[in-house]
Design a binder for this molecule. Sequence first.
Ligand SMILES: C[S@@+](CC[C@H](N)C(=O)[O-])C[C@H]1O[C@@H](n2cnc3c(N)ncnc32)[C@H](O)[C@@H]1O
Length: 213
Amino acid sequence: MGENVSGIYSILNRPAIFGAFHRLVVRRDARRVLVDEYIRPNAGDRLLDIGCGPASMLPYLKDVNYTGLDLEENFIKQATVKYGGRATFIHARVQDLAAKFDCEFDLAITIGVVHHLDDGEAKELFRAVSKLLKPGGRLVVSDPVFRERQNPLARMVMSFDRGKSIRTKEGYARLAGPELEHVRTDVRSDFMRIPYDHCISVYQKPGPTASTP
Ligand SMILES: C[S@@+](CC[C@H](N)C(=O)[O-])C[C@H]1O[C@@H](n2cnc3c(N)ncnc32)[C@H](O)[C@@H]1O
């Protein structure tokens, strides 16, 4: 599996530490940009947040019918206490997706997760998402990315990441199978307070549009 979960890395599984770390390095408006420019939900959309962590995206996703899934029980417990009245949380792994859902969601998002998965697991994720989306439904993926002439500080911070499968833009593009149409990919360097680069991709399941493209 493309993840380091031992020693110092394991403390990031604690919701309070994860939250403090993110508040320190992630720009305040980064999640708003992800929602307004890429996710673009419609009111009432059924949205699945894969690897939701403590559900940090949820406050930015008003009016959707939100389901969050994560393998870390701590995150699912905290998210359920905080948001259980307006959302559903499931303790499960990406590898369980195909068995759990079928053509139910207008939107799927997976933010900061694919770089925790090796190529086999990531391809399985894309296949499972193509099954759980309604025709016309969309997937939004965001992860750190390696690029040429990258700021050395960004490279260094990425080398400390728990996810051991950070890829290039082309490396991420190779993971999606023919079941999902590629809509758009951007590399952005404006989400963190430190030099850092993210690859954000949007895919769509062929069929009538279920939500704003
Ligand atoms: C960097 S965190 C991102 C959390 C959240 N998406 C966010 O935007 O803050 C990565 C998350 O992916 C989850 N994760 C990693 N591998 C997973 C897997 N195989 N199945 C389910 N969740 C996984 C981790 O537990 C963690 O919560």
